[in-house]
Design a protein. Structure first.
Length: 143
């Protein structure tokens, strides 16, 4: 089994609804994302996936859709206010936690046909969330 990993960086803002002390206020993070891809065989170039292709697919999506955006719960009362003020707002169902962002990046990578098996997202130097494929999903989607 072969594995490669690509690390990407982006900045975002968010807040959590439901009484999370400091995190209930608007604040930002400099995120680090590690995307792990796996394959049973290497391609014609001797790679799992070219690192350049990872950057040009999921990396470009992260830059376009998440980087320097305010990511908020779709029910957050600030959504309309910030949008009206011209701020770049992205909404998600539920709180925009590191766990949810890791899952979203994982699923978007899969949608792009990347053989992703794990996404780790650090929202700070010492706090991270991991989303992985379940075993049956991994076996079904590996080349």
């Amino acid at each position: 089994m072969y594995q490669v990993a690509k690390t990407l960086y982006f900045n975002y803002g968010h807040r959590l609804l439901g009484g999370h002390d400091k995190c209930s206020h608007l604040h930002g993070h400099s995120a680090k994302v590690r995307i792990v891809l796996r394959a049973r065989k290497l391609d014609r170039q001797g790679m799992v996936v070219d690192f350049f292709d990872i950057k040009n697919t999921i990396g470009n999506w992260i830059e376009r859709e998440l980087d320097h955006k305010m990511i908020l719960n779709a029910r957050d009362p600030l959504v309309k206010l910030l949008q009206k003020a011209g701020e770049p707002v992205v909404t998600v169902q539920g709180n925009p936690t590191a766990e949810r962002l890791a899952e979203w990046i994982f699923k978007e990578s899969r949608r792009m046909k990347l053989p992703v098996v794990e996404v780790s997202l650090w929202e700070s130097e010492d706090s991270m969330a991991v989303y992985t494929a379940n075993l049956k999903s991994r076996e079904r989607n590996e080349p």
